[in-house]
Design a protein around this ligand. Structure first.
Ligand SMILES: [Fe+2]
Length: 169
């Protein structure tokens, strides 16, 4: 299989998983099922930590030659926003005592992440135009990020090195 096709397939699978977890989140918050939202948050954070990491450490830099630096900075900023949202969601997940405003907020915040999932998946079409070596490097960094296994909030607070004002619960 061509390496870009392999990449697209893995990338699509990861986005599918994130999409499904987010949609489940949207269902679970109004039920105030703290056990479920807590577990979902853990799963989303575990999946998106390595995903964001290899995007930022390898995929985005590789795509600079296609998109130019300006759009790549926008992609980083989109991640900044999602990370802030994730920190807020981590304060709302796992609780059975959310009031109506908090439930609305949680659902709205979760929905605000969804467009990133579909937008991000579209990057595959540009990855097809990268040199094979560059795509392989992205896949290598993906492996390393998955082996390191840091969840999104841990990676963002300890490794990422971009200021995203936030605090852990
Ligand atoms: Fe992504």
């Amino acid at each position: 299989m061509v390496v870009a096709d392999r990449f697209s397939e893995l990338f699509r699978q990861e986005h599918r998983q994130v999409r499904d977890l987010l949609l489940e989140f949207i269902e679970a918050f109004p039920q105030r099922d703290g056990g479920r939202t807590g577990k979902l948050l853990e799963q989303v954070a575990q999946l998106t930590g390595p995903h964001f990491r290899y995007e930022e450490e390898a995929l985005y830099p590789a795509l600079t030659q296609i998109f130019g630096a300006g759009y790549i900075e926008q992609l980083f900023r989109a991640h900044d926003g999602i990370i802030r949202t994730a920190f807020r969601l981590s304060q709302l997940a796992g609780r059975a005592d959310l009031d109506d405003d908090e439930v609305d907020e949680a659902v709205k915040l979760t929905r605000s992440i969804l467009p990133h999932v579909s937008d991000c998946d579209g990057l595959s079409i540009m990855v097809e135009r990268l040199p094979e070596q560059a795509v392989q490097r992205v896949l290598d960094v993906r492996e390393r990020s998955r082996d390191a296994g840091l969840d999104l909030l841990t990676w963002a607070s300890e490794i990422r090195g971009r200021a995203t004002p936030s605090s852990r619960r």
